[in-house]
Design a protein around this ligand. Structure first.
Ligand SMILES: Cc1ncc(COP(=O)(O)O)c(C=O)c1O
Length: 489
């Protein structure tokens, strides 16, 4: 376009000169650049084999680099890649073996390569994409078989557990009130039912779907921190009497805070009697259903209409890779199928955009397909068992150490909530809040500060394939050491 031409200026009729042969944005010396990038990745992987001695912080030169204006001209790609690797090394990486905060992903190496390959081809699985569609479908079925949901599972991959939950609940809303996607809710009251400790993404879905956050019934939990099925049934019945449409019960299979797994079988009974959709939010915990150690807690899973599993959490692959499992893809199509003037179906099968809310979608399944292909389901199952064992080991260490108390004992799945008791008259909440910050600043291990029943505590979650027993044993030592520093005896 003419740089000076504004709205209303006559169109520039100068013929556009054809460019020289080759791409507009070539990568000079690309073989050497690729080898350089591979070396940088290998350096990162080697550094992840070890704990980090302290918090990463950007240096002065990096701060200057990250404030520079838009570069107009080219620069050397190897130097730019070095700068990029430096920025990443000065950032908090969940890949490190002593990252116990939140529920991390841990950058499984074959998954990293899967992402690089997928990005190179840049297949778009929004539209029918040939072999890539088959690979995504196969990966979803493998996950369905691995966790015991359905070995013929169908569904879709998405960006996050939040999006998978929203996708499932959009299908549930259409099933509860057919036609609602077109007509809107027309003043019809709706409700969702979930554990008082369900993830916020359930409430967010209610907000986005016109159900309303206030109509999420937070069902009380029992002593094992599981949603009370009888209270859930009573809440649904009360809503039915009041003319409120139950959209779905969202059972959590591994709460974010403590790892509690709702009683899926009892909730499936509640739902079956009321023809209500059961969705299982297993974003964090569902991979543990594949293990001998924890599998029994997930009985009834196959009876749910849909289930979320985040492969970028406890199946170790890098973000993003969430999987929504369903038995019946038609329920998704009823919620999402549509025609676009530039994307006709004709006699062809529906596109993936007819089964999910996203349009452009990368082939996220490739990294997970590679993880199952390269390591095999047995090794992945064993890695999850090992994480469960790490949580049990930490609980044992803390139980036997008078400086600590467990707030949830025994821990469910791989989340351990505990606090430090320095002795004497101390405000334990304030002490543990300060301790959480001091441990983060120290940087030798990373824990999250959390609250269980109003008590401030520290929380360690084991979902990293690189974590070793030595890393687990470091937790009481480092926390005790930092605690003594912030509050000398
Ligand atoms: C139980 C549960 N559901 C949903 C989510 C949201 O997942 P994402 O962060 O991938 O959106 C989380 C995140 O930790 C979670 O623990």
């Amino acid at each position: 376009m003419n740089p000076g031409s504004g709205l209303g200026a006559p169109a520039d009729r100068t013929p556009v000169a054809a460019g020289p042969d080759g791409p507009a944005l070539p990568l000079p010396d690309r073989e050497a650049v690729l080898e350089h990038a591979a070396r940088l990745i290998l350096t990162a992987w080697r550094s992840f084999d070890h704990a980090r001695p302290g918090q990463p912080r950007p240096g002065a030169d990096q701060i200057e680099l990250l404030r520079r204006p838009l570069p107009a001209g080219p620069s050397d790609s190897r130097a730019a890649l070095d700068q990029a690797a430096g920025v990443l090394d000065a950032s908090l990486a969940q890949s490190r073996p002593r990252f116990f905060a939140y529920i991390g992903s841990s950058g499984l190496e074959i998954g990293v390569l899967g992402d690089a390959l997928a990005a190179s081809h840049d297949v778009n699985v929004a539209v029918s994409a040939g072999a890539a569609d088959l690979l995504e479908a196969q990966t979803i079925a493998w996950v369905g078989e691995f966790v015991g949901f359905d070995r013929h599972a169908v569904g879709v991959t998405s960006e996050s557990g939040t999006i998978s939950n929203l996708t499932a609940l959009t299908a549930a809303r259409e099933a509860a009130l057919p036609g609602v996607r077109r007509t809107g809710t027309a003043g019809r009251a709706m409700a969702l039912y979930c554990s008082a400790e369900a993830h916020y993404s359930v409430r967010r879905a209610a907000e986005l779907l016109g159900i309303g956050g206030a109509n999420v019934r937070a069902i009380p939990i029992d002593a094992a921190r599981r949603m009370d099925p009888a209270a859930c049934a009573a809440a649904i019945d009360q809503d039915l009497r009041a003319g409120v449409a139950p959209v779905a019960v969202v059972a959590t299979a591994g709460t974010t805070l403590t790892g509690a797994v709702d009683d899926l079988d009892a909730l499936a009974d509640v739902c079956a009697r009321r023809a209500t959709w059961l969705h299982v939010d297993g974003a964090y915990g569902l991979p543990a259903a594949a293990t001998g150690r924890a599998g029994a807690a997930f009985r009834g899973l196959a009876r749910a209409q849909s289930a979320t599993v985040d492969a970028h959490k406890w199946l170790y692959v890098p973000k993003p890779c969430s999987v929504l499992l369903m038995h019946d893809v038609a329920a998704l199509e009823r919620a999402f199928a549509h025609e676009e003037s530039y994307m006709l179906h004709g006699d062809r099968p529906l596109h993936a955009v007819d089964r999910t809310l996203e349009y452009s979608r990368p082939l996220r399944a490739l990294k997970l397909w590679l993880a199952f292909s390269v390591h095999g389901a047995d090794a992945i199952r064993a890695a999850i068992e090992r994480n469960l064992g790490e949580a049990a080991l930490l609980a044992d260490l803390l139980r036997g150490d008078a400086r600590f108390e467990l707030l949830v004992d025994p821990p469910a799945l791989s989340a351990v909530c505990f606090r430090h008791r320095p002795g004497g008259r101390v405000d334990l909440d304030a002490h543990n809040a300060a301790l959480a910050e001091a441990v983060a600043a120290d940087g030798r291990i990373l824990l999250a500060g959390a609250q269980v029943d109003g008590s401030t505590c520290l929380r360690a979650c084991f979902v990293n394939h690189r974590t070793t027993e030595e890393d687990v044993r470091a937790v009481p030592d480092v926390v005790g050491d930092v605690a003594a520093r912030i509050r000398p005896a």
